[in-house]
Design a binder for this molecule. Structure first.
Ligand SMILES: *[C@@H]1O[C@H](CO)[C@@H](O)[C@H](O)[C@H]1NC(C)=O
Ligand SMILES: *[C@@H]1O[C@H](CO)[C@@H](O)[C@H](O)[C@H]1NC(C)=O
Ligand SMILES: *[C@@H]1O[C@H](CO)[C@@H](O)[C@H](O)[C@H]1NC(C)=O
Ligand SMILES: *[C@@H]1O[C@H](CO)[C@@H](O)[C@H](O)[C@H]1NC(C)=O
Ligand SMILES: *[C@@H]1O[C@H](CO)[C@@H](O)[C@H](O)[C@H]1NC(C)=O
Length: 166
């Protein structure tokens, strides 16, 4: 009984290893410390931290952007690079500062998929950020400040992955 279970787990692990770049086995990006400051008649500033827990990269970056309040001048179709430009982000969809979906991409190398320069992987994830689950806000007539709860990490599941092809 035990031996059978053990074999099963082993073959499961083997499958997971050879399919290491399969979307379902890739851990989600983690978004923390999102902060939005919307000043009426002026700018909206936005920032967050993103972490890629994939053991092959284990990387962190800070993403930030400023746009004119009321405009849609945040990144949408294009991705905007983060502090470590292996990460980039956009608003995959944006309702208002109280509810939006972040699109995040991360490029890193996985020697298992090929030799340089064919060892490059790009993962794409999306994270829902909204009040009250992930954000709390305070507002007056002039400005609104929203911050992510310190005890809440928003996961951005990987929905697509691409590798350079020969
Ligand atoms: C608003 O943002 C623009 C573009 O990022 C910048 O040039 C400008 O100085 C900002 N204004 C203020 C008051 O921060
Ligand atoms: C990820 O990086 C952090 C900081 O550099 C380090 O403390 C941690 O041990 C690393 N984790 C893994 C799984 O490599
Ligand atoms: C950016 O992240 C990559 C992994 O994605 C890492 O190899 C590189 O050292 C990082 N660069 C900086 C400047 O932190
Ligand atoms: C984000 O919200 C949409 C709509 O509510 C939902 O379908 C989707 O599964 C959510 N994604 C995550 C990562 O929570
Ligand atoms: C996070 O902390 C807030 C305030 O302390 C609390 O209301 C909320 O339930 C906590 N959320 C989670 C997911 O623990």
């Amino acid at each position: 009984m035990h031996a059978i279970t053990f074999t099963f787990i082993l073959s499961g692990l083997f499958t997971a290893t050879i399919a290491a770049r399969a979307v379902t086995t890739t851990p989600p990006f983690e978004v923390t410390r999102a902060k939005i400051h919307q000043v009426q008649g002026c700018n909206t500033t936005f920032e967050f931290m993103v972490y890629d827990p994939d053991p092959l990269t284990n990387a962190t970056a800070k993403c930030s952007y400023t746009w004119k309040t009321g405009s849609s001048a945040y990144p949408q179709a294009e991705y905007s690079p983060c502090s470590n430009s292996s990460f980039a982000w956009n608003m995959a969809s944006y309702e208002d500062i109280y509810s939006f979906v972040l699109g995040i991409e991360h490029v890193f190398t996985d020697p298992a998929i090929g030799a340089y320069p064919y060892d490059e992987v790009t993962n794409f994830g999306k994270a829902n950020v909204s009040t009250p689950d992930s954000l709390w806000c305070i507002a007056d007539d002039e400005q609104t400040l929203c911050e992510q709860h310190v005890n809440v990490t928003v996961k951005a599941p990987i929905y697509a992955t691409i590798a350079k092809r020969r």
